[in-house]
Design a protein around this ligand. Structure first.
Ligand SMILES: [Zn+2]
Length: 508
């Protein structure tokens, strides 16, 4: 039994939630739990299959021991062996066990006499359902959204249970129906009609982009064109929360990976291995109707808004919040940039990198490595070794790597953190848990569909926040609110020329 190869990144994410814990403690907790996934004959339903698929993708990245149980009358061993294969492709170190479980996630309608703590999970169209008391089952729709969100919430309950000693009072989702179409508790019975989504631009194939991609892969009855814009390749540490990836995805170009992942789908995928600015320049595309934003910097968001797409939906994860914002009328309601007008000048990126490398006084030198993406050399390794009080031999495996790859593995991937012990300050690094990013991406995909279905308009609040680590409650979680425009009026949406171009393009 062993933790995933990319566990240092899991560790960063866990530390973001519980800063007071040590690596040894986190490892000991994970190693002492067996998480069980149980299902029954309902597995022939599409919603159950979607839910199971995502549950396996989420849990196998973190837990070293998984157990699968079949509670139905038919023979389930063939289905189980498929899911075992999937779990092992994602995490080759994982152990599939038969011993008693400590936490069970149960799908279907069979009450289980299992040992340990349990949560029943299911869905019905747009509704995600959870209960600690009775089985909830799944509906017969082709809609993946209730199922996808339910899988993320079930994973959150497992996480809270395993790490409960850091939480104080454990609160599970005892009786929850979350309607993804209105983001509040309640029920609706919307099926998922066959629709043509038109042309959608997805910018960013990172962790949120992966959640989006997963949802699109389960939308079997939709037409449209999905343009995926991203200029990076998949790295080992990405596997911690990129739900569509497995160990064979490493080094693949992210946009091409998206096309490959959707190859059996009726939606046509066009990959663009470039940044947004490059895409706009290359395609010379003026009238961009719909952009789904899954990038992780204010700078990228400003670039996207500046190209004046008609409508923008945006997803983010920050401080354990999963958020969605909607920008449907430039110059009238808050634009994508309104929330990012900095109060103070943001620290330069190179200084941030130098800080994260533990060499804050060497910003000048670091800027050089960033600008030319220089390979890591002895000088850099020596500075980092001295700055962090770690042996140079622990860093020697990075010698010769491109700086950007090194930074991604050593800092964003948590390698440096694990070498220095758990004391290093990583407050600059956003490292969400897999289910936090996945639910952001699934909600982002749902926004695209709901806009098309007419369920999103200017009457709907333009901001929604979900705290997946907390109990889902009708009054506070999710939290819907209306964002106002930048009060300093410095935002680009107050610029007359921008507004003129937008209005001319979209006749508003
Ligand atoms: Zn604005």
């Amino acid at each position: 039994m062993a933790l995933a190869k990319y566990f240092t990144k899991d560790l960063l994410a866990i530390k973001q939630v519980f800063s007071q814990g040590s690596r040894e403690k986190f490892e000991q907790l994970l190693n002492s739990h067996v998480v069980e996934i149980a299902f029954d004959d309902e597995v022939s339903k599409m919603e159950v299959q979607s839910l199971l698929d995502l549950l396996v993708r989420l849990t196998s990245r973190l837990y070293p021991q998984l157990k699968f149980s079949y509670l139905g009358k038919e023979k389930g061993s063939a289905i189980i062996s498929d899911y075992i294969k999937k779990a092992k492709s994602i995490n080759s170190q994982i152990e599939i066990v038969d011993s008693a479980s400590s936490f069970s996630i149960i799908l279907g309608r069979t009450p289980a006499g299992v040992e340990g703590k349990r949560i029943y999970v299911g869905s019905d169209g747009w509704n995600a359902k959870l209960s600690t008391i009775n089985p909830v089952g799944c509906g017969s729709s082709m809609n993946p959204f209730g199922a996808g969100v339910a899988a993320c919430l079930a994973s959150s309950n497992a996480f809270r249970y395993v790490f409960q000693e850091f939480i104080g009072r454990l609160e599970m989702d005892d009786e929850v129906v979350l309607d993804v179409s209105n983001l509040n508790q309640g029920t609706s019975n919307n099926d998922f009609p066959e629709i043509d989504l038109g042309v959608i631009h997805l910018v960013g194939m990172g962790a949120i982009g992966n959640g989006f991609l997963w949802a699109f892969s389960k939308m079997q009855n939709c037409q449209g064109v999905l343009k995926v814009i991203d200029d990076q390749t998949v790295s080992l540490s990405n596997l911690q929360r990129y739900v569509c990836t497995d160990e064979l995805s490493i080094d693949k170009v992210k946009s091409a990976f998206a096309k490959e992942f959707l190859k059996a789908n009726s939606i046509i995928t066009e990959p663009y291995n470039m940044k947004w600015a490059g895409y706009v320049a290359k395609t010379n595309e003026g009238n961009i109707d719909m952009v789904a934003v899954a990038v992780d910097s204010a700078k990228d968001r400003i670039g996207i808004q500046s190209s004046l797409p008609h409508r923008i939906v945006n997803a983010y994860t920050e401080n354990n919040i999963t958020g969605i914002t909607r920008h449907l009328n430039f110059g009238v309601t808050a634009c994508l940039v309104c929330g990012y007008i900095p109060e103070k000048k943001m620290k330069d990126y190179s200084q941030e990198v130098a800080d994260n490398l533990g060499i804050p006084n060497l910003e000048n030198q670091v800027r050089h490595y960033i600008a030319y993406d220089y390979p890591v050399d002895d000088n850099l390794l020596m500075w980092i070794s001295q700055g962090n009080g770690i042996g140079i031999e622990d860093l020697s495996k990075f010698r010769g790597q491109r700086f950007s790859n090194f930074y991604s593995d050593a800092v964003c991937g948590g390698v440096l953190l694990s070498l220095t012990g758990a004391t290093q300050n990583n407050s600059k690094m956003e490292a969400p848990l897999a289910f936090q990013s996945a639910v952001a991406g699934i909600l982002l995909a749902s926004e695209v569909v709901l806009l098309k279905l007419g369920a999103r308009n200017e009457q709907f609040p333009n901001s929604s926040q979900l705290y997946p680590l907390l109990k889902i409650k009708s009054s506070t979680n999710p939290y819907n609110t209306q964002l106002s425009r930048d009060s300093s009026q410095r935002c680009i949406c107050y610029d007359k020329d921008f507004k003129l171009v937008y209005d001319k393009m979209w006749n508003s």
